[in-house]
Design a protein around this ligand. Sequence first.
Ligand SMILES: NC(=O)c1ccc[n+]([C@@H]2O[C@H](COP(=O)([O-])OP(=O)(O)OC[C@H]3O[C@@H](n4cnc5c(N)ncnc54)[C@H](O)[C@@H]3O)[C@@H](O)[C@H]2O)c1
Length: 248
Amino acid sequence: MATKPKVIVVTGAGGGMGRAIIEEQLKQGNLVIGLDLSITALSNLTHDSLQCFEVNVLQEERVNAIFQEIFNKYGRMDGLVNALGIAQAATPIEQVTMDDWNRLMDVNVKSLFITTKAVVPFMKKQQKGSIVTIASISAVRPRPGLQAYIASKGAAESFTRGLAIELAPDQIRVNTIHPGPADTQMLGQFAAQGADVEQTKQSVFVQSVPVGRLVKPSDIAGAVSYLLSDAASMVTGTTLHVDGGRGL
Ligand SMILES: NC(=O)c1ccc[n+]([C@@H]2O[C@H](COP(=O)([O-])OP(=O)(O)OC[C@H]3O[C@@H](n4cnc5c(N)ncnc54)[C@H](O)[C@@H]3O)[C@@H](O)[C@H]2O)c1
């Protein structure tokens, strides 16, 4: 008997990892809903099973309305993948402003609260669901000058663990992925102001990965796919390092 397509919501859909996650989920026959500030990057990805919303995920009411619309349409909500995020250019703490700090915390942490709070009532109704958040290996293997970004990713991991214990009785699994430095447009944004981005990628980031290459978005899509799947039905509250050994 063919399995029913799952309904999977992906934030950061227009980003490097978001797109790869969407492509993988579509390949598996699932119904995918992509959310991003800009979906222009997805304009060449048309598929009957893909619906995209251009939205700032920090707008709680709008996010709630979108989740309700999805549930009304499909009658289910199987997975949420929080793949949006912003980087911090390496900066000494004395030069980091309160606005910088607040922006990183808002986008990288408050957004998780908003999307998760929106999805949980639907998952509780069906007594099943999987939530996957893309954090960062930098949360446990830091690099100088990224203190606010690192704090936001540590919060993402703790939030996941807190929810995993809270939602386990409802059969809702909550997990984190810690990518290592990944080959997307975000990577260059971690370079210090004025630094040569391409050179930083090679001399700092590639060098830092024991297996000798950057993480590909498809590496993350594969890990997400596992955590969303029934093969991971006993996996909750965990953090999967997809980092080529960077965390060692
Ligand atoms: N690229 C890396 O080296 C790396 C390493 C570790 C972790 N990560 C994390 O992986 C995740 C995905 O990163 P990526 O490399 O695909 O980055 P990316 O910049 O390619 O994509 C991020 C996407 O998030 C979207 N976004 C940002 N703020 C938003 C908001 N308020 N509402 C809606 N959408 C918003 C952006 O528009 C963008 O499309 C992020 O959480 C990032 O912090 C990235």
